[in-house]
Design a protein around this ligand. Structure first.
Ligand code: PLP
Length: 427
């Protein structure tokens, strides 16, 4: 299995300073939240991360100084246009594409529903789309909705032993009729990182488009759409320290060729024709600040980083190994607890194929009860299926309340993992 793209092609990884965790945590005011006199441990990142001060500052500042609709003949409207252009550039650095290949939207689900409809209007009955059992339903349902137009959906299975995609099954399901392959970059339930560059090649060899759901991957690794050569990739800034919105990368030729559903007076020019109605401008301002936060962290780790893209790469080169040390600590603790079943890759030598999101069950205990017990002690985790419904059903846990999910991001600490493990021992 190929390893995920972590570094810029051609760039030399440098020795970086270790993650300055004290500085990191100072940037996130909400991390000072207390529950019953104890600090809150935010291990709920896969459902949405906390935001650094600079993100709320940018939202605040936009509303106070620049607030207007776009394309008016006056100061604040012009400022709004400039701000949006600036954030398109920031997201272009984040994706490694050009600004006109960046689309903003309400969230990943809404963007994907709109894109699937636009692509679907060009397909004919009998055309095929490949989805997977590992994915969040937002990368399944929008494609399945095309079944009513006669499109055939083929679903790729997993290898249950380690919750990785069954690549043989994938190979068999991609046929001459396949028009699009929709695969997640990383599983929001079990953390598996899929070999998306390899799958993109498989899709392209069959003449199909490749759509990647990078929502879960985005806080855990550098995205490089050029290196991946995918046609579309979506992610949601609220999962990588920004506000509640979604963003889409689309190859320019596709954004210009496909026709989004839109109202008549709205522009036909891409990428704005894909942005239905008035956008939440203040949150777009916040997205720019989130990208700049990650780049700022990277610059602290590698002061020689010259561009924002290089700084983003440096940030992930620091946070990924840090998250892995916490992941190791968590798995060691969980493995020593009686009755625990962990889903997904646990082999330390294969950590390149997973991120630090861990789902497990403890005997027959209902995960909601465990989450409540932890929540009362200031430890925030999630229980259920997290909309990865096919996976929850496939693992046979759907009827039992799903799993308990612990999500580690770079602002978490070893102390938080130890508190979690102590609480689980006491459960
Ligand atoms: C992997 C994955 N894909 C898609 C989504 C849906 O994203 P959004 O909430 O932006 O619609 C989520 C949300 O949890 C997710 O984790």
């Amino acid at each position: 299995m190929s390893t995920p793209v972590m570094h810029e092609t051609g760039s030399k990884p440098r020795d970086l300073a270790p993650l300055a965790i004290t500085w990191v945590r100072e940037q996130f005011p909400s991390l000072r939240t207390e529950v019953g006199g104890k600090p809150a441990a935010f291990l709920d990142g896969p459902a949405g991360t906390q935001v650094p001060q600079q993100v709320t500052d940018a939202i605040h500042q936009y509303l106070l100084q620049d607030n207007a609709n776009t394309y008016g003949a006056f100061l604040t409207s012009r400022r709004t246009n400039e701000m949006i252009l600036g954030v398109r550039s920031a997201m272009a650095d984040f994706f490694n594409c050009s600004p006109e290949e960046v689309v903003f939207g309400q969230n990943m689900t809404t963007i994907t529903l709109g894109l699937a409809r636009a692509i679907g209007r060009e397909l004919k009955p009998g055309d095929e789309i490949v989805v997977t059992t590992l994915d969040h339903d937002a990368n399944v349902g929008p494609w399945r909705a095309l079944e009513e137009r006669g499109i055939v959906i083929r679903q790729v299975d997993i290898r249950e032993s380690d919750c990785t995609l069954d690549l043989d099954d994938l190979r068999n399901k991609i046929t001459g009729k396949t028009k699009l392959v929709a695969v997640g970059y990383a599983s929001n339930m079990v953390g598996t990182i899929n070999p998306v560059a390899q799958i993109t090649k498989m899709a392209h060899d069959a003449g199909a488009l490749m759509f990647i759901d990078a929502v879960h991957y985005a806080p855990h690794g550098l995205i490089d759409v050029k290196a991946l050569d995918c046609d579309f990739l979506v992610c949601s800034p609220y999962k990588f320290f920004g506000p509640h919105m979604g963003t889409l990368y689309g190859k320019k030729e596709h954004l210009e060729r496909f026709r989004p559903y839109k109202v008549r007076p709205a522009t036909n020019i891409s990428p704005e024709c894909w942005e239905t109605g008035t956008q939440v401008h203040e949150l777009i301002a916040g997205i720019g600040a989130a990208v700049d936060y990650i780049a700022g962290l990277g610059k602290r780790c590698d002061p020689t980083a010259k561009t924002r893209r290089e700084a983003l790469a440096a940030a992930y080169r620091t946070t990924v190994p840090y998250e892995r040390t916490l992941l190791t600590r968590l798995l060691e603790g969980l493995e020593s607890l009686p009755g625990v079943t962990i889903y997904g890759i646990i082999d330390r030598a294969r950590f390149g194929e997973r991120c630090a999101t861990v789902s497990f069950r403890i005997g027959d205990h209902n995960p909601t009860r465990i989450a409540e017990f932890l929540g009362d002690r200031g430890i925030f985790t999630w229980d259920g299926n997290f909309y990865a419904l096919n996976l929850s059903e496939r693992l046979g846990v759907e009827q039992k309340g799903g799993v308990l999910r612990v999500g580690i991001v770079h602002y978490n600490t070893a102390n938080e993992i130890d508190r979690l493990l102590d609480a689980l021992r006491a459960f």
